[in-house]
Design a protein around this ligand. Structure first.
Ligand code: 13P
Length: 333
């Protein structure tokens, strides 16, 4: 048994309380490799933003859960080395799909876990979430749960269509499970293809797809029923068109990739939404930068030559999200 407290990590409780009261959101960035982790920590340390490092099932399969946990431990030391005296870093399991997976993360140094039983019938979702909460809380590990179903496919989390969270269920669910935060469905979805062209309109000037707005009425209804309760938005990449263009210009093929407009995320961050999940934007920034570098430097074969600009591009993107979208800069001085 390893406690996250010994690793210098923190859970989400205080962080979320302050974020809800302060009208900003904490960035939850997924990581699978060293360059992503370095970019996240550099961005958080430079802006003094609390940050949540997320590990998905796909990341565990790709990089190995043990290695990722040690990397997160190293990230705390690295943050201090960068001059961030009191780093506020959470190590979070993204979309845990069973009690056993959540337990193994709690036992192994994660400070926060998500149990995603949203595809189960309502009462089964409650029972499984409650079981995870009871276990995790013994060790002061916080728990995120999910109610409602997000469309899209990401890292083996899939749902063909989205079902908005029912506000009347949210209060019953939160009360009965004792979860610390609730991921809701209001129209976001995982991946770089969040909407079909048929669901979008077209901007007459740019010809770009304009997605339908998020269901803010559902969010506000949930906020009314659960005042001050931490709400989480998954699938919140904005799929920056500059990165899509960069990929496409240098040999990629990402037609009609579209995400959540940043103004809408900014609006959500001012509400009870206190955790915003971003993964695809980092993938796009990294891939765009690598494609560009290799196209412009065909003789390069040292991975450091193309991973360095990729890391710089990701860092730039993370800082932009922290400062201009989520508003979490300076909140972990
Ligand atoms: P994106 O695919 O929009 O980045 O969402 C990531 C996410 O929600 C991870 O759980």
């Amino acid at each position: 048994m390893v406690s996250y407290k010994e690793l210098g990590l923190v859970n989400t409780r205080e962080m979320f309380k302050k974020a809800v009261a302060g009208g900003y959101a904490i960035p939850a960035f997924n990581f699978n490799n060293m360059e992503q982790l370095q970019a996240i920590i550099m961005a958080a340390a430079e802006t003094k933003s609390p940050v949540i490092l997320q590990v998905s099932k796909g990341a565990r399969n790709y990089a190995n859960q043990t290695l990722l946990r040690y990397m997160a431990e190293g990230a705390v030391a690295y943050a201090k080395e960068l001059g961030w005296e009191n780093p506020q870093i959470v190590l979070h399991l993204d979309h845990g799909d069973s009690f056993e997976t959540c337990k193994s993360c709690v036992d192994f140094g994660f400070s926060s876990v998500m149990i995603d039983a949203s595809s189960l019938p309502y009462e089964e979702n409650i029972a499984l979430t409650k079981k995870v909460v009871e276990y995790a809380h013994q060790f002061d590990v916080t728990v995120e749960a999910e109610l409602g179903v997000l469309a899209g496919v990401e890292d083996e989390v899939s749902a063909a269509e989205s079902h908005y969270t029912k506000p009347e269920e949210a209060i019953d669910f939160a009360t009965r499970t004792g979860c610390d935060a609730l991921a809701i469905s209001i129209g976001t979805s995982h991946g770089a293809y969040k909407f079909t062209p048929e669901q979008c309109t077209k901007d007459p000037k740019t010809g770009r797809l304009v997605p339908p707005p998020l269901a803010f009425d559902v969010l506000h209804e949930i906020e009314k029923k659960l005042p001050g309760f931490p709400i989480v938005l998954h699938g919140s990449s904005s799929v920056p068109q500059e990165y899509v263009d960069m990929c496409n210009q240098y040999g990629g093929n990402l037609p009609n990739a579209v995400g959540i407009p940043e103004e809408q995320l900014r609006e959500a961050a001012k509400s009870a939404v206190c955790k915003i999940n971003i993964d695809s934007d980092s993938r796009l920034a990294m891939t765009g930068a690598i494609r560009k570098h290799l196209a412009e430097n065909p003789s390069h074969f040292d991975p450091r030559q193309y991973l360095k600009p990729a890391r710089e591009e990701m860092k730039k993107m993370y800082i932009h999200k922290i400062v201009n979208v989520l508003g979490s800069d300076g909140k972990a001085e």
